[in-house]
Design a protein around this ligand. Structure first.
Ligand SMILES: NC(=O)c1ccc[n+]([C@@H]2O[C@H](COP(=O)([O-])OP(=O)(O)OC[C@H]3O[C@@H](n4cnc5c(N)ncnc54)[C@H](OP(=O)(O)O)[C@@H]3O)[C@@H](O)[C@H]2O)c1
Length: 346
């Protein structure tokens, strides 16, 4: 391919879609045409750079090489296979296809080789999983992870734009001593609060789907079903940037010093770890940055083979849009874009 790819961005008006469009430009991805899609509500809207939003239809989705999706699980469920059947490689941000056996679930720095067997749809992991496995993969390679105990502190941008508006509206109302409107994005007030309820509870489930994603996706990406994982996902009144406290129990001895060394050398990871000068990763500092930041690396005094880590990243960037664009780059570099053609499109 020398004149670039024809690329669809589905969910182009959303937080992740907007960032994917910007990153395709910033990173000079070889595109000859980019077509933004969103719901019928946004059809005809002009985006920054003059692109006009289109609604999805059988005719409009023909002739693409790549389709980057961030429009929720039901849109991906319906339209990703149609794009793939029409010959595009789909990179999907939703959870719809992540655990399917024939769909690679890929973090660009961790398991890019998983792209090689793709069948037209490739999944981008959940944002909390993405940032965590980037920090865990080098430790797993060195010492083998046996068990993880995870607590997340997740920003409202992870829920979508309406949740960001809700936090701002509630904060403004409360600071002006006004009543807040009934919560819509969450079960309870999010401003000045912490909700042990990131994601949703399916009937009969005592974990949220977000907690299940963190457990299942981590095992799939690290390709180790034996890792035991406990997770509590908490929504906090932070606009952007997820933070995670992770207790990592390894099979073999791993010192905090060696872990720091491995993380400092890991691509896409920056170590910020000098707590005595108040240096550790913060959500407000991670916002807008590409890397995953790790600090508070220390021995768990309760277990001789366990460490504690604090992991922070911009959930919209490495947690979603950046990794999606990096997967497009990896597919391009590995010659896997136009090599793919579904049988019906051949
Ligand atoms: N936010 C994160 O940190 C994060 C991280 C990882 C993955 N994700 C995933 O990325 C997706 C989008 O997240 P977001 O934060 O960008 O959400 P968002 O800001 O609420 O944007 C949603 C996008 O989906 C479009 N859309 C909704 N229904 C549609 C339909 N029926 N057909 C076509 N387009 C439709 C919307 O178009 P309109 O503007 O026309 O409504 C909008 O462009 C979700 O699947 C989410 O799980 C998000």
């Amino acid at each position: 391919m020398n004149d670039g790819y024809r690329i669809a961005v589905v969910g182009a008006t959303g937080q992740v879609g907007t960032l994917m469009l910007a990153l395709l430009r910033e990173r000079s991805f070889p595109a000859r045409e980019i077509v933004p899609f969103a719901s019928a509500r946004s059809a005809g809207r002009e985006l920054d750079g003059g692109l006009i939003v289109r609604p999805l239809s059988e005719e409009a989705i023909q002739g693409f090489d790549l389709a980057l999706f961030s429009a929720g699980g039901s849109t991906s469920g319906e339209w990703a296979p149609k794009f793939a059947d029409a010959g595009a490689v789909v990179i999907d941000n939703s959870s719809r296809w992540r655990m399917s056996d024939d769909v690679p679930l890929v973090v660009s720095e961790v398991n890019p080789e998983a792209l090689d067997g793709h069948q037209g749809i490739v999944s981008n992991p959940n944002c909390s999983t993405m940032q965590m496995v980037l920090a865990l993969a080098p430790l797993h390679r060195e010492a083998g992870i046996e068990r993880l105990v995870i607590s997340t502190y997740q920003a409202v941008s992870g829920t979508g734009r309406r949740a960001v508006d809700e936090l701002l509206d509630q904060s403004h109302a409360l600071l002006h001593e006004r009543e807040i409107s009934p919560p819509e994005a969450y079960a309870h007030q999010i401003a000045f609060n912490a909700l042990p309820h990131a994601g949703s509870f399916a009937a009969g489930e005592d974990h949220t789907d977000e907690e299940r994603k963190l457990m299942d996706e981590t095992r799939k990406i690290l390709d180790d079903p034996s890792i035991r994982i406990s997770a509590t996902c908490v929504r906090v009144p932070v606009l952007n940037g997820h933070s995670e406290a992770v207790n990592v129990q390894t099979r073999r001895e791993l010192s905090p010093e060696r872990a720091r060394e491995l993380l400092a050398a890991a691509p896409g990871v920056t170590v910020l770890d000098d707590p005595h000068t108040a240096l550790y990763p913060l959500a407000i500092d991670a916002a807008g940055k590409d890397d995953v930041f790790v600090g508070r690396i220390r021995r768990d005094p309760g277990h001789e083979r366990a460490l504690d880590l604090w992991i922070v990243a911009d959930n919209l960037r490495k947690g979603a849009a950046l990794n999606a664009v990096q997967l497009a780059e990896a597919l391009h570099e590995r010659g896997l874009v136009q090599a793919w053609r579904a049988p019906s499109a051949a």
